[in-house]
Write a new protein. Structure first.
Length: 352
């Protein structure tokens, strides 16, 4: 079958995601993107509607964008239209998606945001498409609680993580081999709570090292330095967009992947999945999708969301505990294989 994939970004996991989907055997793939890329071996369209204010497209520009996208889709006349960044549509309540009703339409959401308006928006969007892909059973059930029954759970796969020598990875970031490494990896956005972790570490009494690696967004190096004075000799940073090799080294250098995310974050976590592939201990908050994933699959430990005191107590506990990987952990790790991801999507497209 012919499938048109639409995305609003070609950076990082966006490109890996569409690249993986283009591997489904037998499908003809067309991509509609903000930029063409040589990394995708398929026919591509570049849309031009990019006039934004403060990083957000106005409603009039959004309408032009929908019209432009629909023009590409109409020219290709595909069997399936798959929108890969459903989160983008929240502020527009799915306006214009009805244009695609003559095609089987799939939309992937990476999170389901709370709040009355967000709930109304996701219900409106779901009613205009054939299937809503969500990356956990928890999020699928959340959509069901909104009265929408077309949710499909397809686990977010490991698309990039590779194992390498842990000693070599730690040396890359000037980390000691004999002291546990707490790693906070990814953009330092406010919702990802780097500040909560920095505060918590003031009360950690067991030996540790901290690695913060990723593009600085909300919290910069100056902030991290100011908030970690008490244990500054244990802090190592790589505040920049990480190359594939740098991400590989960061993940392999970690002993514990720390996700100090705020309650507003209720999506699948890339570092969680990448950490599980490498059999790391996962530490995350006790709310929503993250709590469900960590607890149900025995991936590690949780702390009270947005509570630095709770986080410091759990870190002390972990640093004194030998984490054991059990069958639940191994089963979840197996579900992250690309083969399972592609098989699930192939079945979804076939059964639309």
């Amino acid at each position: 079958m012919k499938i048109v994939y639409i995305d609003t970004n070609t950076l990082g996991h966006h490109l890996f995601y569409i690249g993986a989907l283009s591997q489904i055997e037998g499908n003809e793939v067309v991509a509609v993107l903000p930029e063409k890329t040589d990394d995708l071996k398929c026919k591509q369209y570049k849309y031009e509607t990019e006039d934004r204010k403060n990083g957000k497209r106005s409603f009039s520009q959004y309408r032009k964008w929908i019209k432009e996208i629909y023009g590409f889709v109409k020219a290709e006349n595909p069997d399936v239209v798959h929108i890969l960044n459903g989160d983008f549509f929240y502020r527009y309540f799915g306006f214009g998606l009805g244009k695609f009703k003559k095609y089987k339409t799939v939309i992937t959401f990476h999170c389901l945001r709370d709040g009355i308006l967000n709930k109304l928006s996701i219900k409106a969007i779901a009613s205009r498409v054939n299937a809503v892909v969500l990356h956990s059973e928890y999020l699928k059930n959340k959509l069901l609680s909104y009265g929408r029954t077309n949710g499909v759970h397809i686990e977010y796969p490991n698309l990039t993580t590779k194992a390498c020598d842990s000693k070599q990875a730690k040396e890359y970031f000037n980390l000691k081999e004999d002291t546990p490494v707490l790693a906070c990896i990814g953009e330092t956005r406010f919702d990802k709570g780097s500040d909560i972790l920095l505060e918590a570490l003031n009360n950690v009494t067991e030996p540790f090292q901290l690695l913060i690696a990723g593009r600085p967004v909300y919290f910069d190096e100056k902030y991290i330095f100011e908030k970690s004075q008490k244990y500054s000799e244990n802090v190592h940073t790589a505040l920049k967009f990480l190359s594939d090799d740098e991400l590989m080294y960061a993940m392999n250098a970690a002993d514990i992947i720390v996700l100090p995310y705020r309650r507003v974050f209720d999506a699948a976590s890339g570092p969680l999945g990448e950490g599980v592939v490498l059999e790391k201990c996962i530490l995350g908050p006790d709310h929503g999708n993250l709590n469900d994933t960590i607890t149900k699959n025995h991936l590690g430990f949780t702390f009270e969301s947005e509570n630095p005191d709770s986080l410091s107590k759990v870190i002390n506990k972990i640093l004194k505990t030998d984490f054991v990987i059990d069958d639940n952990y191994k089963s979840y790790k197996a579900s992250l294989k690309v083969e399972a991801f592609l098989s699930s999507y192939k079945n979804l497209y076939f059964n639309l």
